[in-house]
Ligand binder design. Sequence first.
Ligand code: SAH
Length: 437
Amino acid sequence: MNEYDSMKVLDLMREQEKFEVTDNEKEADLLVLNTCSIREKAQEKVFHQVGRWKKMRGENPDVKIAVGGCVASQEGENLRKRAPDVDIVFGPQSLHRLPELYKRELETGQSQMDVSFPKLEKFDLIPKSESTDASAFVSVMEGCNKYCSFCVVPKTRGHEVSRSVQDILDEVKHLVKKGAREIHFLGQNVNNFKGEYQQAKSSLADLIRLTGEIDEVERIRFTTSHPHEFKPNLVEAYSLVPQLVSHVHLPVQSGSDRILKLMRRRYDVERYLSLIDDIRRVRPEMSFSSDFIVGFPGETKDDFQATLDLVEHVKFDESFSFIYSPRPNTTAAEMEDSVPLEEKKERLAILQEKLNMLSFSYSRRMMGSIQRCLVTGPSKKDPGELQGRTINNRIVNFKRGSAREGDLVDLEIVDVFSNSLRGRLRDGDDNLSYKAG
Ligand code: SAH
């Protein structure tokens, strides 16, 4: 999500101020730090980076420093006090105002701040993406109303707002013209999307169905879903829309009903598992990834064991796990937390080992199979080769043959590594006209 916002900042400054990106900080006119405050560690990094930039000002005194994103939104005036060298502070929902704030700072010499939540204005004012990537992100909603007890998102990004379906479809058509073949819908609570379409409210399932009708769209993904909002019509979309990939990120956070309740997640393990069953009934090959929080206040050994049991049961693919980090103005931050940090670290290591093993065993099982891959560009390891993505989003490097970026090709998996796979183009040119599904 933050990467997407950073790209938008770049688009804006390019279009409105004719800025270009530089690899050399010392020649920059503006240094922009886009921040995340989901965990404390990410937040602390902000102050270190600003400190580093402050030192650099000796060599480049005219450079302006801007801090955007959730730390800016959360800290606001505090950030200006703690880091007075910051010239511009903007929030995730006011990033479209950065060019204006920058100009005003230059004119007045006064630092500028705007961390407000002006609803949909941002989507209307951000220039159209000129991305030519085969896989393109499209933000469809912002914010979250869930108030999970650990989470800072409703405070930093505000309440949910959904874009209109027509605006999204126009953006998809524009991206497709530029070469996109995979559309990845983004939102903090994406499956609670409620955009307007023909004077009525529509759902993510409706949006997916309409996107599937656009000829050149070969794959559709969406992130991040809340299990509570995964309604039957979204499950049904897997049977109606072949371009919807057989992989979904569905954060469960914990396998203990007691902890899920304290987290205020609005589902229990039984409900989560029945959702997984429902989706697998429609798409037996479906794979699931998840997020986990370890060491939530009061998590007992039994609670943690329940999480391990759930992982074993569902057999999650490539997942993320974190030690609980108390966040300001969240209810969990007030809860008594008697689990020592060392114990939390140990639990995290155990969980991560299990998740890594599961993920690697998925990769190993892909060995020798034929995988339909979207060619996303040159290989990072060897730019003479190409890189593709499988349905479950694994990177496959392969010798290019006659394949080009944006093609869907069949690759035979011939080697498996921890972070990528090696493939071989199967039938040369025959591959190039395949559709996903
Ligand atoms: N629905 C959101 C979730 C973002 S946060 C979205 O995708 O934008 C991603 C993950 O960070 C969460 O699923 C959760 O596992 C983790 N997380 C959130 N708050 C946390 C906290 N206070 N401590 C540790 N991990 C946290």
